[in-house]
Design a protein around this ligand. Structure first.
Ligand code: AQP
Length: 344
C-alpha cells in the first residue's frame, strides 16, 4: 500500500479566455474525480506570467478560471479551489526543484521549444523553468493523480523525475529524520477520454489554444450560440462523408477532431458517434455538433457570468481555498526544508 493518500491536483493558466480544449481536456474531467479523490484545483497565475500578460487581463482571467471550475461543478466546500500566487510555498519548493532538476532535462521540453520558437534567447527565464514550478505545484500537495491534456504529458514525466531524484538524493537524510521511505509520490498523469488533444478548428496540425491569434480557430467557453455555430460551420473538414468505423478516421485529423469533440461532449465514444453519423457529410454533422456544444456549454457559461458578476463571493471562496492549501503546503515545506538541511 502506498504511503500517500490518493489526491488530485491540477491547474489552468489565466492566460486568456478559456477554450473548449481546456474544458474537455481538463475542467470537465475534474468534476467526476471529486467522488473518488480529495481534489485541489489551482488557478496558476504564476505560470501565466512566464509570457507577457496585461495586468488587468490577468486579473480578470484569474476570476474566469475560478468561475469555470465552480460553474462546471467543482464543490469548494468538499475540495479546494485557490490561486497559486496566494500560497507562497509554490515558489519556495520550485527554487529547491530548480536545484534538483538538470539543465538537460529542461532543454528537452517540447512545450518550451514550441513557445520559444526561434526566439529562445529572448524569452523569459520563467518560461524555461516553468516545468520545475509545475512539479512544485503538484508535489507540494503530494498529489498522486494529475488530470491534464496530452500536451502536459512530458511535464508530468519531468515531475516524476524530479520527485524520484529528490527522494534518491536525500534518501539518507529522509531516513535519518524519520520521513521514511519517501517524501514525494511519483504522480500519475490522468489523460483519458476522446478529447485529450482538441485541435484548432482551422489547422489540424495545431492544438486549440487560448493564445491562438485566430478566434475562428477556437471555441471559447463563454462563446454565445451564434459564435459556436459559425465557428463549427467554418471549421476545416474534408469532402468525404463520415466513416462508419473509427479506423476510417485515420489520416483525417480534422474529421477525427470533430468526432472526438462530439464524443467528449456527449460522454460517449467516437465509435458510438460514428454509429449515429457514419455515412453522413459534414453539412449534417456540423450543425448537430454545434447544437450539442451550445446545449452543454451554454448553462456553464451562464453560471460563469453569474460568478463573475459577484467577485466578493469568488474572493471568499478563493481565500478560504488558499488557507486550506497553505495548511498542507506548510507541512510539506517543513519536511522538505528539514530534509535539505535548512536551519529551522
Ligand atoms: N487543445 C487542448 N486539448 C485538450 N486539453 C487541452 N489543454 C489545453 N489545451 C488543450 C489542457 O488544459 C489544461 C490547462 O492548460 P494551461 O492553461 O495550463 O496551458 P496550456 O496547455 O498551454 O493551454 P493553452 O490553452 O494552450 O494556453 P496558452 O495558449 O496560454 O499556452 C491542461 O491540462 C492542458 O493539457
Amino acid at each position: 500500500m502506498s504511503q500517500f493518500t490518493p489526491r488530485v491536483f491540477s491547474g489552468i493558466k489565466p492566460s486568456g479566455d478559456l477554450t473548449l480544449g481546456n474544458y474537455l481536456g481538463a475542467i470537465k474531467r475534474f468534476v467526476p474525480l471529486q467522488k473518488t479523490h480529495e481534489c485541489i484545483y489551482c488557478v496558476v497565475d504564476m505560470h501565466a506570467i512566464t509570457v507577457w500578460q496585461e495586468p488587468e487581463d490577468l486579473h480578470e482571467a484569474t476570476y474566469e478560471v475560478a468561475a469555470a471550475y465552480l460553474a462546471a461543478g467543482v464543490d469548494p466546500r468538499e475540495h479546494v479551489i485557490f490561486v497559486q500566487s496566494q500560497v507562497v510555498q509554490h515558489v519556495e519548493l520550485a527554487w529547491i526543484f530548480n536545484c534538483v532538476a538538470r539543465m538537460g532535462w529542461m532543454q528537452r521540453m517540447t512545450q518550451f521549444k514550441d513557445k520559444a520558437g526561434k526566439n529562445s534567447q529572448n524569452v523569459s527565464l520563467g518560461l524555461f523553468a516553468y516545468p520545475s514550478l509545475m512539479a512544485a505545484d503538484i508535489l507540494l500537495y503530494k498529489a498522486t493523480h494529475v488530470p491534464v491534456g496530452e500536451d502536459q504529458k512530458q511535464h508530468l514525466e519531468l515531475t516524476r523525475d524530479i520527485a524520484q531524484k529528490f527522494n534518491n538524493d536525500f534518501a539518507r537524510s529522509i531516513a535519518a529524520r524519520g520521513y521514511d521511505p519517501e517524501v514525494f509520490p511519483l504522480p500519475e498523469p490522468v489523460i483519458t477520454g476522446p478529447a485529450t488533444k482538441v485541435l484548432s478548428l482551422r489547422d489540424g496540425t495545431k492544438k486549440m489554444s487560448k493564445s491562438d491569434a485566430s478566434s475562428m480557430a477556437t471555441i471559447y467557453m463563454m462563446d454565445d450560440a451564434d459564435a459556436i455555430a459559425r465557428k463549427f460551420k467554418k471549421a476545416k473538414s474534408d469532402p468525404e462523408p463520415l466513416p462508419s468505423e473509427e479506423k476510417g478516421l485515420e489520416g483525417r485529423p480534422e474529421a477525427a477532431n470533430l468526432v472526438g469533440i462530439y464524443a467528449a461532449l456527449a460522454d460517449t465514444t467516437p465509435q458510438a458517434v460514428l454509429n449515429q453519423f457514419g455515412g453522413q457529410g459534414f453539412g449534417a454533422f456540423k450543425p448537430a455538433l454545434a447544437e450539442l456544444a451550445v446545449e452543454q456549454l451554454g448553462p456553464i457559461a451562464d453560471e460563469m457570468r453569474r460568478y463573475l458578476a459577484d467577485k466578493a463571493t469568488l474572493d471568499a471562496i478563493l481565500h478560504d481555498g488558499a488557507e486550506r492549501a497553505r495548511a498542507i503546503a506548510r507541512t510539506t515545506m517543513d519536511q522538505v526544508k528539514d530534509v535539505v538541511g535548512f536551519v529551522k
